[in-house]
Design a protein around this ligand. Sequence first.
Ligand code: SF4
Length: 347
Amino acid sequence: MRETAHADDLLEWYDRHARVLPWRVSPADRARGIAPDPYRVWMSEIMLQQTTVAAVKEYFLAFTERWPKVEDLANAEDADVMAAWAGLGYYARARNLLKCARQIAGEFAGIFPTDHKVLLSLPGVGPYTAAAIASIAFDQPRVVVDGNVERVMSRLHDEHAPLPGSKPVLTDYAEALTPKARAGDYAQAVMDLGATVCTPKNPACGICPWRAPCKARQAGTAADLPKKSPKKRKPTRYGVAYLARRVDGAWLLETRPDKGLLGGMLGWPGSDWTEDTPLADPPIRAEWKTINEEARHTFTHFHLRLTVKTALVPMERPPERGMFVEDLDPSDLPTVMRKALALVPKR
Ligand code: SF4
């Protein structure tokens, strides 16, 4: 075993232990010349932004079965895509997914660009995602640094400077190791090592292909790395949601504005979410009852406590905002809206 970390040692390990994932081409197939489908690589990378592999799998399979090619997705109705995304969170990604699919279908004749700069110009594609697509789909030696890679690099080099400040240094370490050949396999191999061996709490150093050169293993500091700067405390915001059910069972909903949190998704009419007392007029005249329990949800930057009010309304009464939706499928709602619905007693 080499005393300095080398990509070949990891690739050899990857050839035997690569995770089987629905968007992946196995190293054996790749060696036989089977290239990954850039559409599937792109879709998986967008879904994986701030979301776990376990949560993404089901959505990825549903999306690619329903819209197998980028043109299919480009032609989809916005509401169908937003509903299919419901529950996955970070809904700006779904809006960008559609925008990007339409751009690829329209401007690029359905063919994903291979140029890194052009990839970076696509909606929803930032530096990490552009590097991941260039590397995984097109085998370009781009430096791909996600949380797994940061962990592995900080441990390999026993780097104690805290994240996010240490990111440039960890990126330099990652760049130094990225090989020219098999760059796509290598990018996925480091991610797999971080996800299955060099795990956050109990790294399995005994079976790691980089155990000999790893400085944190030698120093006994692996489980303490990477260090992170203390997080700011999340504020709590408050809101009111009005859940009106018509006597025929239809629910009063509205499509949230495109810009902002949960933009373009279906939701309950209600107040803004603020750190002060929330104010909102009911969306329809009715005898509103407040449910004892709040719907609670945590977003990236704040905790939300939502007061849920509910009312039964007659058929003929028109709403002042929103529209009645018959046969509501709760899975079309974002998680926080589902939590509010779950508090309403069943009739
Ligand atoms: Fe991670 Fe341990 Fe491998 Fe070092 S030896 S890279 S700490 S699993």
